[in-house]
Every structure is written in structure tokens, then in C-alpha cells.
Design a protein around this ligand. Sequence first.
Ligand code: GDP
Length: 198
Amino acid sequence: MTEQGNNLPTFKLVLVGDYGVGKSTFVHRHCFGEFEPRSINADGVDVSTLQLDTSLGPVRFNIWDTSGQERDGDLSDGYYANAQCAILMFDVTSRDTYENVDKWYRDLTRVNENIPIVLVANKVDSPDREVRTRQVTFHRQKNLQYVEISAKLNYNIEKPYLMLLSKLLPSPIVTLVREPATLPPEIPTTQEPIAVQK
Ligand code: GDP
């Protein structure tokens, strides 16, 4: 079920997770073309459009970010309505944000029962990691895809989109044929590579 905008398959993607986990940083790592500006819709939600050139053709995500409204409690049903996929993010430097994943999942699936969801662990560049890979089990209980990223380092930042596309497009094998433009990493590349922490 895709909307067609200029004949491109277009998917509404909602970003959820606690305040401060890095949702806005993640979504703004990609440079959006001047014809696809971010816009704030009537509910004060920040919507960005990301076009990706994939092995199955160009596709577009309309990415809904809360603009901090999650601080005040629940998001409105209008935010979730007609979402076709979701990214549920937590911050590996804050155990509380992982513990709240269940609440976000329930909110999301109350409105959209069966959409593809990727559980994303952000800030894996940080030395202050509190949630280790082996402690993350939620995705197994709910049969979600899972990926660890660093929005600041541009590490794995395309993976969540590709994981969702593998469920949304007719073939599960989908790759990027052209890397989308990104902002430069915020941490100098002289830094030690990320240690995989099991
Ligand atoms: P949001 O409230 O979920 O949209 O979170 P923000 O995108 O505003 O990020 C909250 C804070 O986390 C900011 O200070 C970001 O610079 C920081 N942050 C975001 N992504 C990363 C990351 O990958 N690594 C680190 N170390 N900090 C990050």
C-alpha cells in the first residue's frame, strides 16, 4: 500500500522513542534537496522527505519526527495514523530509554497493528554505554529487526531505511545504488573505530 507522489513509491515513516535519544540528529544526517525541504505540519510535527535510489528503483520516505512533543507524554493518534513503517529508537547510554521501548511499541502498534518496525540503538560511539548488545532482547520477543548506529559518526545510518524497504518492497533483497548525501561525521575520523560491545 504505497502513496504515489510524482510516481515514486512513498512511505510514511514515523520516528518514535524517548526525548534525547537522537531522533532528530539521525533524520538530519541526510541532506535533503532544496526541492524537498523539511516542513512543520499543522500538528507541529517535523516532516522530512528522503529519496533513496535503490536496486529496485527510487523510493521516498516521508519521515515524521515529533519535534520534542514526546516530552509532554503521549503522541496524538494523528501522528501515528496511516504510518506504513516505523523506527523505534533508544539510546545505549541511557537504560531508561531502552526500558521505555515497550511503551513506544504499544502506542505504535495500537494504531498500526502490522507495520514493519526497526528497533534502532543509537550512540554506539559513546564510551558511556549502559545497554550492551547482549542485553537487547526486545526485538526478539516482538520479531522486529534490530540495528546499532551512531548518528554522529554516520555509522550504519542507512541500514534502518534498507531494513524497512526489505519488508515494504516486493523483494527482500534491496541495496542502495547511490549513497545519499550526508552531513560530515561530527566526530573526527581520527577517533578509534567503534568497538563491538557484546
Ligand atoms: P531527539 O530528542 O530524540 O530528537 O534527540 P536529538 O537528536 O535532539 O539528540 C539529543 C542529544 O544526543 C544531542 O545532544 C545530540 O547531539 C546527541 N546525539 C545524537 N546522536 C548521537 C550519537 O550518535 N552519538 C552521540 N554521542 N550523541 C548523539
